[in-house]
Design a protein around this ligand. Structure first.
Ligand code: HEM
Length: 340
């Protein structure tokens, strides 16, 4: 009896120490990666809902039907797929709660980590409501586009959290990404390039949702509203900023070599160039072959990876070009010399 009452607090404090560490460490890195993967998974499963024509598998929201919260056997595979996508919300909530707990006790030394965890948690609520509006408006393509863009922003934020969790907990990463490495005009170039990359990526992805909204994969087998754009023109408008983005990426790699930007920035820029090329090849392939679902799904995965890489480029560019000694996440306040 005595043993069990004595062991209960010990167990609780062990659990608290594990789930709510005093300093960022391996647990925070794990929850940050889980946030990134869960948000990327949501884009993929959302895409599968659309590509299998299951968009109105659950015809209403928040209930699946007027009578039931869940899909029923009679609703068939479409109901199961749509309901499965809704269930993913619970996984996202669980991951968001664990991430929040993981950053809570280090909130004073690393307030930026807490802000990112809060944005990720708040984003789930917004996404659930926008998902509901998507169903209630009968898959209006403008609303579907907003739903996708929110997921894209969540993926970018989760990628930033992954980067900052690593920087806050791994000394070698903090040293690699310390502020003050790229100052003066080179620093301004680096920040300008990163902002151009972020802005162009936003345009490419948003216009991509307009292409989808114009195309045949409406998300449901029934009558669903579509954009009335010319498919050829809107696809051209989608690929044009993709070329610009590739151009800016190549130019920035040249500039990186000339101005000696650190490898921690050059690596994600090179990766971005590679992802853009692969994504472009898939884009043209699907365009010229009548949008086969496997290619469209791969294009979606590519978009998720691209957004995560863009978030990383932005975060690292601003970290290494911050004034020396100024941590972008409270590092200076905590007495650290690195941007965490
Ligand atoms: C290289 C950067 C690119 C990115 C990041 C990108 C991203 C995207 C995104 C996010 C979507 C919308 C997905 C959805 O709403 O479910 C989309 C759709 C589409 N993209 Fe791209 N894309 C890129 C390049 C290209 C290129 C070069 C082409 C070539 C023509 C292309 C062709 C298409 C087509 C045809 C669709 C509509 C697919 C459908 O109807 O389901 N993309 N893209």
């Amino acid at each position: 009896m005595t043993t069990s009452t004595a062991s209960t607090p010990t167990l609780l404090s062990a659990l608290r120490a594990r789930l709510m560490p005093e300093r960022p460490g391996a647990w925070l890195r794990a929850t940050a990666w889980a946030s990134l993967l869960a948000n990327a998974l949501l884009v993929l499963t959302g895409g599968l809902v659309r590509l299998t024509g299951s968009g109105l598998g659950c015809p209403t929201w928040p209930r699946c039907t007027e009578e039931s919260w869940t899909s029923t056997r009679e609703m068939g595979v479409h109901g199961a797929i749509e309901f499965g996508n809704r269930l993913l919300t619970f996984l996202l909530v669980a991951v968001a709660v664990l991430t929040f707990l993981a950053v809570w006790r280090s909130r004073r030394s690393h307030p930026g980590l807490l802000s990112l965890a809060l944005v990720l948690a708040g984003g789930i609520v917004v996404q659930a409501v926008v998902g509901g509006v998507t169903v209630r408006t009968g898959l209006n393509p403008w609303v579907v586009g907003v739903h996708f863009m929110l997921s894209a922003v969540m993926i970018a934020v989760a990628a930033v959290l992954v980067g900052r969790a690593r920087r806050a907990s791994l000394p070698q990463v903090a040293a690699e990404q310390r502020p003050g490495q790229v100052g003066g005009p080179a620093g301004r170039w680096l920040r300008g390039t990163a902002l151009a990359v972020g802005g162009l990526a936003f345009v490419v992805v948003y216009v991509g949702t307009l292409v989808t909204g114009t195309g045949p994969h409406a998300g449901d087998a029934g009558e669903v509203a579509r954009h009335t754009f010319d498919a050829y023109v809107v696809t051209r408008l989608h690929s044009l900023p993709a070329y610009l983005l590739l151009g800016v990426t190549v130019l920035s790699l040249v500039q990186a070599a000339r101005q000696g930007w650190p490898a921690t920035v050059r690596r994600p820029l090179a990766l971005l160039g590679g992802v853009l090329v692969v994504q472009g090849v898939i884009g043209y392939y699907q365009f010229f072959t009548g949008l086969p679902v496997v290619a469209v799904a791969l294009h979606l995965v590519g978009a998720a990876v691209l957004v995560a890489v863009v978030g990383t480029v932005l975060d690292r560019a601003f970290a290494v070009s911050a004034p020396a000694g100024e941590g972008i996440d409270g590092g200076a306040r905590a007495g650290a010399t690195t941007a965490v």
